[in-house]
Design a protein around this ligand. Structure first.
Ligand code: GLN
Length: 388
């Protein structure tokens, strides 16, 4: 595992849908892959990134130049596999050096068939995407290099874009399962698994929730038949505008008075359930040092983010839900570009954030949101007990 190999890897090429090409070396599995090319700015946490199911369908490029130094290990996996459609790095570590390492990143990518490329100028590619926007791309190595440049470009331009894409079925659990509550029990939370990360489930269980994880195919009737004390929608890949069935489920369960918390995709779906729109950002927010303002406290949080879509609402003032859920406010917004980063409902028990309070990887500034959820559910249960 730690023996250095100084043989140059075989060639590979990264082809962008606008025809731009970058020559490099094969990294991870060899072959061909297509997806939306996005960049992630975290200097650490590559394993949490590639095992985040929200990245399904995306070729992730790390802007940090040196990747793989600490290898991979089982405790840091956020889900059952690596989900990225492809992986682009500048300078992969030739050795693994960490006491927690169980394997090298390269061989872990090979095990999951993730086609990657290294030795490309990731700074130039990032600047290109920053100006031109995220776009479809392909990585080709091995016998796929026999395709001519125009045939490779054809493969890319014939592939599906991210707008309008529903990917929940690819990443969700196919069977329900549960995590027991830890410490003082607050109640049960039904978690719709749209691509949930393990750290999120752990935080919920640690806050006293019995966590019931449900496949994304579940119906509103089934959720209500479980009589959960709360509902949670996870992060996940794809375009929120293509998840109408989940939006309908959310509306029904909210109308039944069940308290709600959503993260990332779960924030976008709350926005849509309330009757607002979502839109695609030019190149999205992906990294672990994204500044966000909590409007209620004036506090700035440094957050972990991974989103390419956002809720379409002015960050100031209150807005009336066209779906009859009362007054809604943007609770948090990005200090980089004023994009909506959180929603709070004033007339029903529901809130959500666009960023990742489970902080895997990333700073722990936003972990308080799990406490806020626990307190909201505890007060709802108390009110129910008093017949309010
Ligand atoms: N991490 C997420 O949940 C991402 C949500 C959505 N797929 C987006 O890209 O905006």
């Amino acid at each position: 595992m730690t023996s250095p190999s100084f043989r140059p890897a075989p060639r590979a090429v990264l082809v962008l849908e606008d025809g731009t090409r970058f020559e490099g070396r094969a990294y991870g599995a060899t072959g061909r892959t297509v997806g939306e090319l996005v960049f992630a700015t975290g200097m650490t946490g590559y394993q949490e990134t590639i095992t985040d199911p929200s990245y399904a369908g995306q070729i992730v490029m790390m802007t940090a130049p040196h990747i793989g130094n600490t290898g991979v290990n089982d405790p840091d996996r956020e889900s059952r596999r690596n989900w990225v459609a492809g992986f682009v790095v500048r300078d992969p570590s030739r050795i693994v050096s960490n006491f927690r390492a169980q394997d090298s990143l390269d061989s872990d990518l090979v095990a999951d068939g993730i086609v990657g490329i290294s030795g490309v100028d990731t700074r130039a590619i990032t600047r290109h995407i920053r100006s031109a926007g995220s776009m479809r791309a392909g990585v080709f190595s091995g016998s796929d290099l026999d395709l001519s440049p125009s045939e490779q470009l054809d493969v890319v331009t014939r592939s599906e874009g991210m707008a309008g894409r529903n990917l929940s079925a690819e990443v969700s659990t196919d069977h329900p399962y549960a995590l027991p509550a830890q410490g003082e029990r607050v109640g049960t939370v039904a978690v719709l698994d749209l691509g949930v990360k393990q750290s999120t489930l752990n935080y919920l269980a640690e806050r006293g929730f019995e966590v019931q994880v449900l496949p994304q195919t579940v119906t509103a009737d089934h959720v209500l038949s479980l009589a959960p004390d709360a509902l949670f929608f996870s992060n996940g890949p794809g375009d929120p505008a293509a998840s109408e069935a989940h939006v309908e489920l959310l509306r029904t369960v909210l109308r039944a008075g069940v308290p709600y918390f959503g993260i990332c995709f779960g924030n976008q779906l709350l926005g849509r359930a309330l009757g607002f729109g979502t839109y695609k950002l030019p190149f999205g927010h992906r990294g672990i040092n994204q500044p966000v303002l909590d409007k209620a406290t004036g506090r700035v949080e440094i957050t972990s983010q991974n989103h390419g879509f956002a809720v379409d609402l002015p960050v100031e003032g209150r807005h009336t839900s066209p779906e009859g859920f009362g007054e809604v406010e943007v609770s948090h917004y990005s200090l980089n570009d004023q994009v909506v980063e959180g929603l709070v409902c004033h007339d029903i028990r529901a809130f959500s954030v666009q960023y990742h309070p489970e902080s895997a990887a990333g700073p722990h500034d936003a972990v308080y949101l799990f406490d806020r959820f626990r307190d909201m559910v505890a007060s709802a249960t108390h009110a129910k007990g008093e017949g309010k």
